[in-house]
Every structure is written in structure tokens, then in C-alpha cells.
Write a protein that binds this ligand. Structure first.
Ligand code: ADP
Length: 202
């Protein structure tokens, strides 16, 4: 199995967009745990049912639910891979390292100040069909697939603040975990999508 990458960043940091772009550039498989959960929720699968109460409150889904799903996905990759939004807790990071043994992943961390995130989330829209992210004011339909653009359910001010505080409480220590092991690259996430992309792809 080839080495993997994990992409960490606060809500509305542009993590999903940059992660997807990087996976395309490197021609590797990408799993977004947030997109996976939203799609499970929309089809009402057993995973969606289990995750719903947490997502409704803007909380993270428990490790017992997330870890087995991601470990199974990673174990099935024979080429390189990238995880967008996992790990989010030190326990998730440790579980991933244990499963991968000597092939432990590198982390890319997008850094964006909280006030900038609050400004961004107000304008964030997502395509109902292909989940491409855009900004309000640009268009009503997705430029990629023509799907309807909507505000994400978890982008309401209350849920957003809750996700941000979950990020501080749980993901900060996870970033520290990768820094302590010399496996983190911190990228400045402020600027246009292309500015940030130039920093990510170095
Ligand atoms: P954001 O990073 O903006 O919160 P995501 O699309 O990455 O957006 O994730 C949306 C939500 O899905 C998170 O707020 C969280 O509730 C849940 N989630 C995603 N990945 C994980 C994970 N690894 N562990 C726990 N919950 C997760």
C-alpha cells in the first residue's frame, strides 16, 4: 500500500475543495468523511441514522462509528490515498497509525483565523447533487453539473459555532499529534482558492 495524506482544517477553511484538487493532481483516491456522512443522511442509510443526532447538533460523530469505516476504506486502497476530514481526534489519529503501522500518513493542515471563517460561512453554498462548493451571489445552479445550490444544513450560525468549538477542542490536539511526530505541514489558507492551491501543491 502506498503512503497516504490526511487533510485537516477548520470548518469553512476550504479544506474539501483543496483536498479534492490535490487528490486529482496526484491521481489518488480521496475520501471526505463529511460528504460521506451527508450523503448517508440524505439516503437515510443505517450510518445516516446513527450520525443524524450528532450532525443535527453540529457535534462530531463518535470515534466508534467513524474509525471502522475509514480504516476499512484505507485498507482497500492499493495506491496512494487522501483523507479529507479524518482524523479529527487524537484517538482517530492513533487508530489510523496503528492500522497503517510503518506506512503512516503525512498531514496537511490549512490554517485560517476564526473571524475569516465566520465571514466565509455566511456566503457558502453547496451543490445538492455533486457537492461542489460555491459562493452565494455567483449563481443559482452548479457550474459543474447544473444541480441546485443550497446552504449546508450545518452552516447555520449556531451549528457553525458548535463545529468551530469542536475543532478547537478536538482537532487542535490532533494537529499537535502530527506536529510532535514531524509529520505536519501547516499551510496558510487565507487568500483566493488559487493562492491557497499554489501553497498546498508545493
Ligand atoms: P467541516 O470540516 O466544515 O465541519 P465536513 O464536511 O468535513 O465539514 O464535516 C461535516 C461534519 O461531519 C462535521 O462537522 C462532523 O460532525 C462530521 N464529521 C466529518 N468527519 C468526521 C470525523 N472524522 N469524525 C467525527 N465527525 C466527523
Amino acid at each position: 500500500m502506498k503512503k497516504g495524506l490526511v487533510f485537516l482544517g477548520p470548518p469553512a477553511s476550504g479544506k474539501g475543495t483543496q483536498a479534492q484538487r490535490l487528490a486529482e493532481e496526484l491521481e489518488i483516491a480521496c475520501l471526505s468523511t463529511g460528504a460521506l456522512l451527508r450523503s448517508a443522511l440524505s439516503v437515510g442509510s443505517p450510518l445516516g441514522e446513527k450520525a443524524k443526532p450528532f450532525l443535527d447538533r453540529g457535534e462530531y460523530v463518535p470515534d466508534e462509528i467513524m474509525v471502522p469505516i475509514v480504516i476499512e476504506w484505507v485498507s482497500n486502497q492499493s495506491e496512494g490515498w487522501l483523507l479529507d476530514g479524518f482524523p479529527r481526534t487524537v484517538h482517530q489519529a492513533e487508530a489510523l497509525d496503528r492500522a497503517l503501522e510503518s506506512n503512516q500518513p503525512q498531514a496537511i493542515v490549512l490554517h485560517v483565523p476564526d473571524d475569516e471563517l465566520r465571514k466565509r460561512v455566511i456566503r457558502r453554498l453547496e451543490c445538492e447533487s455533486c457537492h461542489r462548493v460555491s459562493r452565494s451571489g455567483d449563481d443559482e445552479f452548479c457550474p459543474d453539473c447544473g444541480g441546485l445550490l443550497n446552504t449546508r444544513d450545518d452552516d447555520s450560525p449556531e451549528k457553525f459555532e458548535s463545529r468551530l468549538s469542536e475543532f478547537h477542542r478536538l482537532v487542535f490536539p490532533t494537529i499537535q499529534y502530527y506536529c510532535d511526530r514531524g509529520r505536519a505541514r501547516i499551510v496558510n489558507g487565507v487568500g483566493s482558492l488559487d493562492d491557497v492551491w499554489r501553497r498546498v501543491r508545493i
